[in-house]
Design a protein around this ligand. Structure first.
Ligand SMILES: Nc1ncnc2c1ncn2[C@@H]1O[C@H](COP(=O)(O)OP(=O)(O)OP(=O)(O)O)[C@@H](O)[C@H]1O
Length: 214
């Protein structure tokens, strides 16, 4: 199982779709449009931060189980581990309490603990982090145009996005639940540029082959 990671607008969903096609993988997506808690959270983060995390934890674990039970090798458009980073940021911004964030982390650890001899391993075989600069992040959020994510509607989001992007770098360095690799999402415009996509595809295939042959 391959899993994509990266900040809002990094291109996780697009790259998942493209890799699934080229590498013949079963693709699994977290639906943003059907998430009824997300717009509520953006409107009133203090009230909905904890509920949103529980919603994501539940739905992402569901996806992991489906992907692992698939006969085909699979790919997912987001990792479950980034939620902890986002929730900690929300707690630091007083949208949740430290206790809520601690309990969340403990629940996540418990849910993700591998059961010895179980066929259903929950951690990915390879995590692929798409790293983008803050500038690129802002451009992509604007270009995609999801109304609740727009800074001109809510200027406080600027600071939130800036802090989130900064924290992603440390998160990736510390991530140790599986092998991992990083893609430079500023340098490689894999959505618009065919050559860039081929380059990224090769980097990912090489890393994956290396893992399989170990
Ligand atoms: N754990 C979380 N806590 C708060 N908000 C979250 C969390 N996970 C996702 N979100 C929100 O859900 C929305 C979708 O985020 P996500 O990064 O999964 O997808 P995306 O932005 O469509 O990614 P990409 O463009 O890379 O495909 C964003 O508005 C993001 O802020």
């Amino acid at each position: 199982m391959l899993v994509l990671a990266g900040t809002i607008g990094a291109g996780k969903t697009s790259l998942t779709r493209m890799l699934a096609e080229k590498m013949n993988l079963a693709d699994y997506y977290e639906s943003v449009d059907d998430n009824e808690i997300l717009p509520l959270f953006y409107k009133n983060p203090q009230k909905y931060a904890f509920l949103l995390q529980i919603y994501f934890l539940n739905s992402r674990l569901d996806l992991i189980k489906k992907a692992r039970l698939d006969d085909k090798d699979s790919i997912m458009d987001r990792s479950i581990y980034e939620d902890s980073l986002m929730f900690r940021l929300n707690a630091d911004l007083s949208r949740a309490t430290e206790t809520e964030a601690d309990i969340y982390d403990s629940l996540l650890k418990n849910m993700m603990e591998e059961i010895p001899n179980s066929k259903l391993t929950k951690n990915p075989d390879l995590l692929i982090h798409i790293k983008i600069s803050f500038d690129t992040m802002l451009k992509r959020i604007k270009k995609r145009g999801r109304s609740f994510e727009q800074i001109d509607k809510d200027p406080e989001l600027y600071k939130y996005y800036q802090m989130l992007n900064e924290r992603y770098n440390r998160w990736y360095e510390e991530y140790d639940q599986s092998p991992k690799m990083q893609i430079d999402g500023d340098r490689y415009d894999f959505v618009e540029n065919e050559e860039d996509f081929e380059n990224v595809l090769k980097q990912i295939k090489d890393s994956y082959q290396e893992l399989i042959s170990c």
